[in-house]
Design a protein around this ligand. Sequence first.
Ligand code: CTP
Length: 215
Amino acid sequence: MITAGPTREPIDPVRYISNRSSGKMGYAIAEAALQDRHEVVLISGPVNLPPPRGAKLISVTTSDEMFGAVHRHAPDCEILVMCAAVADYKPATVAHQKIKRREKTELALKLVPTRDVLASLPQDRQYLVVGFAAETDNLEKNALKKLQNKNCDLIVANDVSRADAGVESDENEVTIFFRDGEREKIARASKKNIARELVKIFANTREKRLTKKTR
Ligand code: CTP
């Protein structure tokens, strides 16, 4: 199961706050997983990408919908890849009518934290959980902190400050941090090629965990 894309947090019936996530990385992972004959459920925020053929697509808009969809479907999956750029804040209230423009009047938007989907997953789960870390600075330190705090089995970190990789780009460069302290870097490549390698790494990690448990 893969989450992808941004979420949109409504302000009023015609406005929202969101982020620049294109969904390309998550969709590429879905395509690569399908190529490797995995069954794929894709929980997607609003993106401009065609749905991968053969995947079960669940479309969501807000972080609350993402939260609900992940919790509903996660118990049935073997590997959960949390690639979505879930909003961290949402407007405290949603106006029922379009907010009117008022000349010379400032408008302050009060935001409240959203629920952290990744950190809310149960500890005693059967499935492998892959987190993503989008960082503009201190990549390693921040990614390791998220691996720990969000209780992931592994975390894929990418530097989103670079213009040639990360958000909106067709390319990426990532480092994967594992719980046992191991790490693996995938050098700059197309998101498609990175996705192929990632899917193999996720499947191998799950395989290793299963054989360890049965011993
Ligand atoms: N995530 C989530 N729910 C949220 C926010 C993030 O599940 N409300 C998940 C993302 O899908 C990703 C991981 O948490 O797998 C890290 O997301 P990232 O944006 O890098 O970190 P944040 O937790 O949002 O922290 P910060 O923005 O301060 O770096």
